[in-house]
Design a protein around this ligand. Structure first.
Ligand code: SME
Length: 154
């Protein structure tokens, strides 16, 4: 890979800002952001959104294999990130107590909780079939993309 082709979080963030600037619809923008991430990052097997309905996270737009439709608050990596309000980066999903295996091949995962005007809207979830796929830089990158998404929607 040459330097010009190296992955840049800054560039992906700019692309996301452009892509999401044409709409403020939360479903359209979740769909397009999932597609942009899936097309831009290596070794991402699944990326998508879960939106909170009552006490349940319900599957939203995503890219990858079909996934679990609903996750209770506090359950799995998604429900734990939603309940704690903190981004969770899991190097080895088998070592995470309560991990929900939508895809038996998944090995590492990163989940960013989404707060819109102080209210929990849902989570952005990213999976990889590689062990320890997501670095601290990736965590900061996904946090930034989540902010781009949240400032784009109504
Ligand atoms: N692994 C997640 C479930 C969602 S899928 O990865 C798409 C979890 O433990 O919450």
């Amino acid at each position: 890979m040459t330097t010009s082709q190296q992955f840049s979080w800054n560039r992906l963030q700019q692309q996301a800002e452009g892509l999401l600037s044409v709409s403020s619809d939360r479903i359209s923008n979740a769909a397009n952001l999932s597609a942009l991430i899936y097309q831009s990052l290596n070794d991402v097997s699944w990326v998508g959104f879960y939106f909170l309905h009552g006490e349940t996270l319900r599957l939203g737009p995503f890219q990858g294999k079909p996934a679990c439709v609903s996750i209770e608050m506090g359950k799995g990596v998604c429900g734990t990130a939603a309940a704690s309000g903190k981004t969770i980066r899991v190097a080895d999903v088998e070592a995470f107590d309560g991990h929900i295996a939508c895809d038996a091949q998944a090995r590492s995962e990163l989940v960013v909780p989404l707060f819109l005007r102080g209210e929990l809207l849902g989570v952005l979830d990213v999976d990889s079939t590689l062990h320890d796929r997501f670095s601290e830089d990736d965590e900061a990158g996904f946090d930034a993309l989540a902010r781009v998404y949240l400032s784009s929607i109504d």
